[in-house]
Design a protein. Structure first.
Length: 373
């Protein structure tokens, strides 16, 4: 194969990320029937306990692909219309003209114009994304806060709009996906967590993937070290955390093996129909939470390098951790990577994150994982 797996090159790239400053990370790369998995660094900086490639991990907004797939299953059954206004389903949550203007599709691809609720739920992040004026205090204040989804949605819907419904570029917002979870509950008469578990997680045969009900990660896992742009020094462990602040839009716990299995089945048409998958890969420009304009579909986004095959997948972050899972368009090559620290970039005087050696090392790992040596 032109982009075969080279264990020595992959292992060296993984270890380079650890040397650049990530306490621990682990990955699985697949090329056809070939599989490489490895880990580098520690799961606990105090004890030196090593990370292993089979650890369970909070994967953040990779959850959105699971949620989008669940919604599209209901579209296929005729219970949800992709281009039906959300106000027809949830008039009390998105009332009036906005409810009639914002469609289900706009929620899934972040073109609804609804604001992110996070700065309103976490007061010390009030200036987010003006990072220089934020602080990490709310992360501790809300470690065990049990948020209600409708409360968070109210914050996002009640905030000033960030764009017109359907306008591009859209703006990435967790408010959209909490609404999709409420929509799932409305049309399935069960909770979003239960529906996604039965019809996406179990359908894909994922044995180490779950939407948590408490603040702990069950099974072997790493601690998660949040730096908040150098304002938490040394980075603090947030691995025990009530994830109701994102709910079924970003709280998934999984493994790199399970993530690769899920995305492989998704692109093979085994989770949603081929026509639904085609809808998922119809993209629009969206401003990411990092402030970059990316192409975004229905819970999927592409990663493209000129002259190279396109990959599809999703990334995610939580307090202290992150993950990225991508699969080549033909389904033959896959990578899932998890790291146990987050927001390592320090800020300049204007609040702009500065380059860090971790960024370059991760980019090199992704290149080797996706395109070979």
């Amino acid at each position: 194969m032109s982009d075969h797996l080279d264990p020595a090159v992959l292992t060296a790239a993984l270890e380079d990320v650890h040397r650049a400053g990530v306490p621990g990370l682990f990955a699985e790369v697949r090329d056809g029937d070939q599989v490489w998995s490895a880990a580098a660094g520690v799961a606990d900086v105090a004890t030196g306990r090593p990370v292993t490639a089979d650890m369970r991990h909070r994967v953040g907004s990779i959850t959105k692909t699971f949620t989008a797939a669940a919604v599209l299953q209901q579209v296929e059954k005729g219970r949800i219309g992709l281009d039906t206004p959300i106000g027809r389903y949830l008039p009390s949550l998105v009332p009036g003209e906005r409810g009639e203007a914002i469609t289900v599709r706009m929620l899934i691809n972040h073109t609804s114009g609804l604001a992110e609720y996070l700065p309103y739920a976490y007061p010390s992040l009030k200036a987010f994304p003006v990072l220089a004026d934020t602080g990490p205090q709310s992360l501790d204040d809300h470690r065990f806060t049990r948020f209600q989804s409708t409360e968070l949605i109210g914050m996002g819907v009640g905030a000033p709009a960030v764009g017109a419904p359907g306008g591009t570029p859209g703006v990435y917002s967790n408010t959209n996906y909490l609404l999709l979870c409420e929509l799932l509950e409305q049309v399935t008469s069960t909770t979003a967590e239960q529906y996604i578990t039965r019809n996406v997680i179990e359908r894909a045969g994922l044995r180490n993937t779950e939407l948590p009900t408490g603040p702990d990660i069950d099974g072997p896992h790493s601690r998660l070290y949040e730096a908040w742009f150098g304002m938490i020094d040394p980075p603090r462990d947030y691995s025990v955390y009530d994830m109701s602040w994102v709910g079924p839009s970003a709280s998934l716990i999984s493994t790199v093996h399970d993530l690769n299995r899920f995305f492989g089945m998704l692109l093979a048409g085994e989770i949603v129909s081929p026509s639904s998958l085609a809808e998922m890969r119809r993209t629009v420009p969206v401003v990411s939470q990092e402030g970059r304009v990316i192409e975004y579909g229905l819970g999927l986004h592409p990663m493209e390098v000129p002259g190279r095959p396109t990959f599809w997948g999703h990334g995610g972050t939580v307090w202290g951790g992150g993950a990225l899972s991508m699969i080549r368009a033909d389904g033959e090559r896959q990578m899932s990577v998890a790291v146990n620290t987050q927001r390592w970039n320090k800020l300049d005087s204007s609040g702009t994150p500065q380059p860090h050696a971790i960024d370059a090392a991760l980019a090199a790992l992704y290149r080797v994982a996706m395109y070979g040596g």
